[in-house]
Design a protein around this ligand. Sequence first.
Ligand SMILES: Nc1ncnc2c1ncn2[C@@H]1O[C@H](COP(=O)(O)OP(=O)(O)OP(=O)(O)O)[C@@H](O)[C@H]1O
Ligand SMILES: [Mg+2]
Length: 309
Amino acid sequence: MEAEPVVVVDRVIKIYESGAERVTALKEVSLSVMKGEVVTIMGPSGSGKTTLLNLIAGVDRPSAGRVIVNGKDLTRMDEEQLRLYRLLEVGYVFQEHNLIPTLTALENVLLPMTLAGKRDKERALQLIRSVGLEGKEHRYPEQLSGGEQQRLAVAVALANDPQLIIADEPTGELDLVTGEKVVRLLLDQAKLGGKTVIITTHDPRVARMTDRVVLLEDGRIRGSYRPSRIPVSGTGGEEEIAAERIIVEHLKRLLEDAKKRKEEIAKKIAEGKITLDEAVSMYLKVKSLEEAILEELTRLGAGSEVLGR
Ligand SMILES: Nc1ncnc2c1ncn2[C@@H]1O[C@H](COP(=O)(O)OP(=O)(O)OP(=O)(O)O)[C@@H](O)[C@H]1O
Ligand SMILES: [Mg+2]
């Protein structure tokens, strides 16, 4: 039974209710992910990416529908079963990488092991080495850079050797070089370790490195495509061509966002809210993302649409 999916999301609906307000964050979402597959979820802010990851990670429960992981229906588990599932079967790198500030890097990695009754210092040190933090095992999270914290969060997620790894914008604040390291680390888990990986990102460079990109919009899946198939554009089936159009639209919107962010930076300097150094560093990040989006649009054959040629 090789073709059994590791993750099955079946017609899931998620409604958040706070007071009188009701937000339907997911509207009948269905998705299957196979063993060893690396899937990216892309979509605008607020489209439901974190919500979907939370349901797959057993952090939250759907309002309707089922989530099945490794053949087990999470929606039928009680709190204790869910706790064990989270501890042993899934590694979650959160959007705001929740490291424990009062524990050192090494202690952060040891914590999930200890909770599982499998404390193994050698393995923890090995994980820290594998994310490139050798020599920094006794530092506290605040003594690490943003990129190092993110890599430590990956090491923590891998502590109990989970089959499923979920990462919510693992490269969010990082520059390309550091971001790529984090993604490579996750890809290696899948390609060398047979793990299943689901990540979200706004960065097309990250998406391109993965097997499949699923586009979420306003709580619904709009389409999906395989980045590796795109270079032979025009030879794909109708479904893939339609998915390409959707991703092109999405990338164009990301490009608009980047433009707005540059305008905001200019405004902030003018108002004296940020220093020139801060502005330059912010500007360079936006600029590099912009270039990546343009490159991806060009690869998709839509470069001329945005360059006005
Ligand atoms: N705890 C909550 N209570 C009420 N509404 C929520 C809650 N969490 C998320 N939402 C809403 O659900 C929708 C989806 O949110 P979600 O965090 O899944 O988006 P996202 O795609 O991860 O966005 P981003 O790219 O900004 O991280 C949004 O409209 C959001 O405001
Ligand atoms: Mg999110």
